[in-house]
Design a protein around this ligand. Structure first.
Ligand SMILES: *[C@@H]1O[C@H](CO)[C@@H](O)[C@H](O)[C@H]1NC(C)=O
Ligand SMILES: *[C@@H]1O[C@H](CO)[C@@H](O)[C@H](O)[C@H]1NC(C)=O
Length: 276
């Protein structure tokens, strides 16, 4: 039940975050010269001890630092790193698929909040391992990387292992979305083995607010990529569990839910404290 309480906390949220998506933001750099870019290509060539920094001329303000890891799932290639956006750094884990990393889809997982680290999803829900004690993890056979290449991301900046050098923050989901869209493009542009692969955004709770904005940013960015003759990100689906898409409707439904589903009222209590 402890994990359910954690998830419950991660549903708490601020209505001020529920702002409308405005699609007119410049995501990409102004100019692009293909001659300046050499893809990194081979994830296996990454170091285990030092970060390799990946850049792209279309995103002069963005870089990706990545290194190999044997964290959490020794049966697959795993990586950790940061997306650097000027002085902001977003932390991610990447686990290749246990099935066929060369063919399986790519997905990104984000927990909600706002303010929840995706290590919550990693260790308690869909990740490749479970925490045993302070020093050990154990294999999780039902992990989503059983059949997909999965990225877990701590976002926005300030959450989990993500940090800012000078205390900068991202104050809107739309600003955060630009960073995610740039990351996704950098990833596919550098690791050609995944390029064109079906890509899925997934998450829960407040990610019901994040993911549509991320999808919109990736979609808009694809238009620009196509203009530059670059391969668009094959955004195929957005999967939202227990989504916190609309603050006001969610709260109203807290009243109806236990009335229609008495077994829920028994488990979670009745809405006696609510006025309506
Ligand atoms: C974890 O490792 C540390 C350092 O080796 C040790 O002091 C501690 O007792 C270990 N904790 C558990 C729960 O095994
Ligand atoms: C995107 O993925 C789908 C499978 O979901 C595939 O049929 C399609 O060819 C891919 N598109 C591109 C442009 O690679």
């Amino acid at each position: 039940m402890k994990s359910l309480h954690l998830l419950g906390l991660c549903t708490l949220s601020l209505p001020s975050f529920a702002r409308a998506w405005s699609p007119n933001q410049a995501v990409l750099g102004e100019s692009y010269d293909a001659g300046l870019f050499t893809p990194f290509e081979d994830l296996n060539a990454l170091s285990e001890t030092q970060f390799t920094t990946l850049k792209h001329p279309m995103f002069p303000k963005h870089g990706v630092r990545i290194k190999k890891s044997n964290f959490c799932d020794e049966t697959v290639n795993a990586y950790t790193g940061y997306i650097d956006v000027e002085a902001r750094s977003l932390f991610f884990y990447f686990f290749e698929s246990r099935n066929d990393p060369a063919k399986d889809d790519v997905m990104l997982w984000a927990n909600g909040g706002p303010g929840c680290s995706s290590s919550l999803g990693l260790f308690l829900e869909l990740g490749p391992c479970r925490i045993v004690d302070n020093n050990n993890t154990k294999f999780h056979p039902e992990a989503w990387n059983t059949r997909a290449n999965v990225v877990f991301i701590d976002q926005p900046v300030g959450v989990g292992f993500s940090y800012a050098d000078h205390g900068e923050t991202v104050s809107t989901t739309e600003d955060g979305a630009k960073d995610i869209a740039a990351f996704v493009h950098l990833f596919f542009e550098h690791f050609k083995q995944f390029q064109g692969r079906p890509f899925h955004l997934s998450g829960e709770s407040y990610a019901g607010r994040y993911l549509p904005a991320y999808a919109a940013a990736i979609y808009d960015q694809n238009t620009r990529l196509a203009e530059y003759g670059l391969t668009p990100v094959n955004l195929t689906s957005v999967m939202i569990g227990n989504g916190y898409v609309d603050f006001y409707r969610v709260y109203e439904s807290y009243y109806d839910m236990p009335l229609e589903r008495p077994e829920w009222a028994q488990r979670w209590g009745t809405p006696r404290t609510m006025n309506r």
